[in-house]
Design a protein around this ligand. Structure first.
Ligand code: 4NP
Length: 153
């Protein structure tokens, strides 16, 4: 890609819950570490139902509670993304499999970067659950984003 730094695409199903949170948390942490300019960050969904939408109100509320902004406007993953981004971070194994089926070779599960986590590697989809799901997702993503930043630094 025609930029300096490492480009990261966070990917979930709808691009309104998990991947916008991952994107916002990563930006927040990278800025806090003083390394934000080393990265190009975006998020996308494997599905197209919510294209053009801002994040789910529950994702926005969870982020706001922790002082984090979510810049995302939902879009669908495109074939160009597979070539243009250095690393695709899939929120769960279904998202990962979808990207691999599209031909991606640079995909990793987001939770594989969560320090010490070896058993549950999916970020659970909070869309159909109650509000607590978003706080759980937030906690996982904070740990995983920190691990990812450690790995990339
Ligand atoms: P996300 O959550 O993949 O974390 O954005 C979902 C949002 C919407 C739907 C599924 C998951 N949906 O089926 O509309």
């Amino acid at each position: 890609m025609s930029h300096d730094g490492t480009s990261l695409l966070f990917v979930c199903l709808g691009n309104i819950c998990r991947s916008p949170l991952a994107e916002g948390i990563f930006i927040h942490q990278a800025r806090h570490r003083g390394v934000l300019e080393k990265f190009v960050v975006d998020s996308a969904g494997t599905g197209d139902w919510h294209v053009g939408s801002r994040p789910d109100p529950r994702a926005l509320a969870t982020a706001q509670k922790h002082g984090i902004e979510l810049p995302s406007m939902a879009r669908q993953v495109t074939p160009n993304d597979l070539a243009n981004f250095d690393l695709l971070l899939a929120m769960d194994s279904a998202n990962r499999d979808h990207l691999v089926d599209m031909g991606a070779r640079n995909v990793k599960l987001m939770r594989s970067f969560e320090p010490g986590n070896t058993d549950e590697l999916d970020v659970p989809d909070p869309y159909y659950g109650d509000g607590d799901g978003f706080e759980d997702v937030y906690t996982m993503l904070v740990a995983a984003c920190n691990g990812l930043l450690d790995e990339l630094s």
